[in-house]
Design a protein around this ligand. Structure first.
Ligand SMILES: C[S@@+](CC[C@H](N)C(=O)[O-])C[C@H]1O[C@@H](n2cnc3c(N)ncnc32)[C@H](O)[C@@H]1O
Length: 342
């Protein structure tokens, strides 16, 4: 794997494996300088676009993704140091205990929840730009303990907390050891810090991260050559539900976020609205899942707006397909390049 990608959170719906295909037909930054990543997610496409030298404008409605945008896409040179890690362990007076109270032991073992409460309290006083890097480190930390945002299985957390190793599924035991969940938080952080720092680089451009609903952000952007659209897919589980504990921990409150309009059953209405709002950008790349639409149908929809279309499909696994096991096996990732306005 290209090492800067290790700086990103492992992310449901992430496009790391498709990066080669996504950039395959795109003009170079000298011909098409501004790359818009409308749905940043875990950040892999923006980070690659940044490395290729485009001026990247990225956006996501979720705080968890905006953090990636601020820490790695906008940030040109700031890196974390050992002293930044050590400061997180200084006992904070105003610890809310929010994570321990609400997420331990069901979601996180107490030791990790206590560390995060203390670290978040220290961080709230840290107004420096390093805050974004530290928050990214927390996301990676939480997802390391609960891989890929699987916040469901409570039994294993209780088994870890109680030390009931012999009752635990042997695959989980191996996994716990591999990911050093059992280690001291500092051990875990040191590794994550190195990964995060590897994702920081300057590409000579002023890159920008937005944190809003895509329709509002597109109203604010006046220039763009390429737009990459990777919305949640109709008929798949919502990110807001799957990642709710992570979102609450970052917010420090039990927030309830409505599922994205793009995950809903009437998502195609919004997809079409998205195409209307994107028409002024000359080149489109669109990723979509085949749970509710096939390659031909999606191509026909896009041809209402753009003349020259290349359509491809790949085998891929989507987030919690609602369509059952059989359908999951047939999951495909649809990828479309389009240019030339109608
Ligand atoms: C499929 S993921 C993007 C994955 C990303 N391309 C990657 O490689 O990691 C979809 C993202 O869209 C975001 N999203 C959902 N609804 C949105 C909206 N109305 N405006 C902006 N972002 C939205 C979600 O928060 C999620 O991060």
């Amino acid at each position: 794997m290209w090492t800067p990608l290790k700086a990103l959170p492992p992310y449901l719906g992430g496009k790391r494996k498709l990066l080669g295909h996504i950039f395959k037909y795109l003009p170079k930054p000298s011909e098409a300088p501004v790359f818009i990543d409308a749905f940043l997610g875990g950040g892999s496409v923006s980070l690659m676009a940044k490395a290729k030298g485009y001026r990247v404008i990225c956006n996501d409605i979720a705080q968890r993704s905006y953090i990636v945008g601020k820490a790695l896409i906008e940030n040109k040179s700031l890196k974390l140091e050992d002293s930044d890690l050590l400061r997180l362990f200084v006992p904070a007076d105003d610890r809310s205990g929010f994570i321990v109270k609400n997420f331990s032991p069901d979601v996180l073992p107490k030791k990790h929840a206590e560390f995060l409460d203390n670290a978040m309290a220290n961080l709230s006083q840290n107004g420096t730009p390093k805050r974004w890097l530290l928050l990214l480190m927390f996301i990676k930390y939480i997802l390391r303990i609960r891989p890929m945002g699987n916040f469901g299985a409570k039994t294993i957390m209780h088994q870890i907390a109680d030390g009931n190793w012999d009752e635990m599924n042997p695959n989980y035991v191996k996994d716990v050891i591999n990911r050093k969940i059992y280690g001291h938080p500092k051990q875990i952080l040191e590794r994550i810090m190195k990964q995060v720092n590897r994702g920081v680089f300057d590409n000579g451009q002023d890159n920008m991260a937005y944190h809003d609903d895509i329709f509002k952000t597109l109203d604010k952007i006046d220039q763009g050559d390429i737009i990459y659209l990777d919305p949640p897919y109709a008929g798949t589980g919502s990110y807001e539900k799957a990642l709710s504990p992570l979102d609450c921990m970052l917010a420090g409150a039990m927030i309830q976020t409505e599922p994205s309009v793009f995950s809903r059953d009437d998502a195609f209405e919004f997809l079409e609205k998205l195409f209307v709002a994107s028409k002024r950008f000359p080149i489109w790349v669109i990723s979509y899942g085949n749970v509710r639409i096939d390659l031909n149908q999606l191509t026909d929809l896009i041809k209402k707006f753009k003349k020259d279309v290349i359509a491809e499909e790949f085998k891929y696994t989507h987030l919690n397909s609602l369509a059952g096991e059989e359908r999951k096996k047939n999951n495909k990732e649809l990828l479309i390049y389009a240019r030339g306005n109608r």
